[in-house]
Design a binder for this molecule. Sequence first.
Ligand SMILES: *Cc1c(COP(=O)(O)O)cnc(C)c1O
Length: 566
Amino acid sequence: MTSVEPFLARTHIAYFSMEMALRPEMHTYAGWLGVLAGDTARSCADLELPVVFVTLLSRAGYFRQEIGPDGEQIEHPDWWEPKRWCTPLNAMVAVEIEEKPVWIRPWLYTHTCPHGHRIPVLLLDTELDQNGEPDRTLTHYLYGGDEVYRLKQEIVLGIGGFRILQALGFDVHTYHLNEGHAALLTLELLNRWKVPPEDLAPGEPAYDIAEVRFRCVFTTHTPVEAGHDRFSYELFERLLPGFVDLDTLKQLAGEDRLNMTRLALNLSDYVNGVARRHAQTAEQMFPGYRIHAITNGVHVGTWTHPAFAALYDANFPRWQHEPEVLVRALQLSEDDVWQCHRLAKQDLIARVKATTGGELDPDIPTIGFARRMTGYKRPLLLFADPARLAAIAARYPLQIVLAGKAHPRDEPGKDAVCRLHTLIRELHGKVTCAFLPDYDLEIALALVSGCDIWLNTPLPPLEASGTSGMKAALNGGVNLSILDGWWIEACIEGVTGWSIGHDETAVSDEQHAVALYGKLEHTVLPLYYNDPSAWRRTMKQAIANIAYYFNSQRMMRRYATEAYLR
Ligand SMILES: *Cc1c(COP(=O)(O)O)cnc(C)c1O
């Protein structure tokens, strides 16, 4: 499509996200936040919700991960070709940054759902002749550059995105901020709702804050203070001099630094966390705010292996629109479920062979672990005691597939990637392990559908939700996870999967590793080897008790009725 005209009449909600995983060929995402935004868009299309999406074009992507000879992560720009998938629109807006205009043009991507409904995604681009050299690259690198680059990107997204919607003629009633990156949008709204000086009582803010709050919905994702975007007011004033009254801004966004989460919290009428535990954690972090819980979900049409999709089509014809029907998955035949799983596992084995040369055995249970390589995800926990792991594997053969990127500036995360490669070599001949480089949407689908056991070992309460385990369950994968984020809501011990440790904080890494090894050796692997029928029943129980609920159709129906319809 070359115009937004067909969307204007019935689009009233704008969803802003720094990243969005729309399709594998478009490198406009880094990880979970983008995948969630993509699944949100896909569900909005399925449900015909009146939403337009706004994100950055990110021409150079996040980065392409290569693994060097010593197991080290090597980062490359990850260019993609916007014109193959998107259309540049005939509209431009400018935002004054450092007192000169930065021009922004949107590209249009339309997502079409299986029954033909379309939704628009606007991708903001500053690579224009009108801009000078540094500004032209502002929308190149997702999460790249320094803090100045980052704040400029957030200006482009929040303020530029708002102006683009206006310039294109969208009549937006509700702005949904997916994480704090787009929170500067609220400042643009403040400026639109200025109180005329003659109506202003002394000491009152110069803006009609209630009008702004009424229009904003904010989803927070970060359960640690340190994880929130913060900028100095000095930098803010340098980039956007006089944009809003500084005293008001400090009341809304923090005295010392501009905290994007606080700004969004104070200017949104509806705020939510992404799982029940996360909403509680966020309420403790920000006392006095009401933080609702809408637990994340995944888009079932996107995250189901074709073999399982065919099985569901045959048994539950409306499952993609209404995944609740998967609650009846217990009626599936164990043999059918197992056959589908075998096909998905074959695909994973072929992919591992093609990319790493590693040989996996289809009869050996496969443990999958794929996530951002960073401290709190504890990618090394499974390898805390390599001798113990090897001893378990000697009794109950197992194999391990890993994937994940570390942010280029996360040195401990990059060290973990390196260390994993050393461990893979050291365990050679005892435990077969493979690392798939450049974790992305396609690798994610291969992994979540091809593994038998999906492992998650975050340090509680730092996993806000987690979604890859939901994808695994949709494909009959069985979760083995620390009780944090979504898993607290989904785990029925021994029925939908297994917990590692108990629901408590302040447990050492070592204790969690011991609990993990114990659960693997005494519960999970014996069931796999000694009682295949019970294992297959567990797979069906995971589908029935997890997939029916932890999907993005349910998630978006809740956003629609509770956050958008207020
Ligand atoms: C689903 C997904 C994620 C998020 O998984 P978590 O369990 O939240 O870590 C990240 N990256 C990709 C590519 C995914 O598909």
